[in-house]
Design a protein around this ligand. Structure first.
Ligand SMILES: N[C@@H](CCC(=O)N[C@@H](CS)C(=O)NCC(=O)O)C(=O)O
Length: 227
């Protein structure tokens, strides 16, 4: 496989999946060009972007002479090809715990807040669609967070799995941001909240925050830098 120095991320400031990749790139000190694909303007459906990801979803990462999609595949690829500042622990049980937390977020929670995941009959008024999608997302976040809260108790430490930052943290912080945006009460999840407070102190998590992105638009959610 061809290896090249230039790395380009196609993403959107508020996409939690894009944010996962931004964190890992920053954590590993990989320089990249950030090309915004506005989901609000529907740019993920443009011919140009579909050539990168026929699924019409961000993120897509051009790296080492090929285009990679699916945030977890990207994270694992970065980990395998750029093992500095590792995001997976060495010990198999801890690795499994990291992957368990990742999977809970990426397949158990995030897809339920992505609009195409909702089968809403055509003709439904916009305000109903919004209310229903919000309700649906909140329900899955609460269910997922209750499970994650338990998992975090099983691997105590400063971060999700002990005292080492891992892919679990890379996925959790953007998900907590989404939960706040959807006004989910986080009081029942003290370990998640504590984890979040630790993570946002770290430069790679801070610099990759939606608000720090060139395409940031204040959408009036009232969420500040301290997610
Ligand atoms: N499993 C994919 C999910 C990607 C995804 O859902 N991306 C969202 C933003 S976070 C998106 O592009 N949504 C727009 C759409 O589906 O039209 C990944 O982890 O990369």
């Amino acid at each position: 496989m061809e290896s090249s120095e230039s790395v380009t991320l196609y993403g959107w400031f508020r996409s939690s999946c894009s944010w996962r990749v931004r964190i890992a790139l920053a954590w590993k000190g990989i320089k990249y060009e950030n090309i915004p694909v506005s989901l609000q303007k529907g740019q993920q459906h443009s011919q140009e972007f579909l050539a990168k990801n026929p699924l019409g979803q961000v993120p897509a990462l051009c790296i080492d002479g090929f285009v990679l999609t699916q945030s977890v595949a990207i994270l694992e690829y970065l980990e395998e090809t750029r093992p500095n500042n590792p995001l997976l622990p060495k010990e198999p049980k801890s690795r499994a715990q990291v992957r368990r937390i990742v999977e809970t977020i990426v397949s158990g929670i995030q897809p339920h807040q992505n609009l195409p995941g909702l089968d809403i009959p055509p003709g439904t008024p916009d305000e109903w669609k919004l209310a229903w999608s919000k309700e649906w997302a909140q329900m899955h976040i609460k269910k997922g967070f209750a499970a994650l809260e338990q998992m975090l108790k099983e691997s105590p430490g400063k971060y999700c799995v002990g005292d080492q930052v891992s892919l679990a943290d890379v996925c959790l912080l953007p998900q907590v941001y989404n939960a706040k945006m959807l006004h989910v009460d986080l009081t029942p999840y003290p370990n998640i909240v504590r984890n979040n407070e630790e993570l946002i102190k770290l430069e790679a998590f801070k610099s990759s925050h939606p608000r720090s992105q060139p395409d940031w638009v204040d959408e009036g959610h009232g969420i500040n830098q301290e997610v």
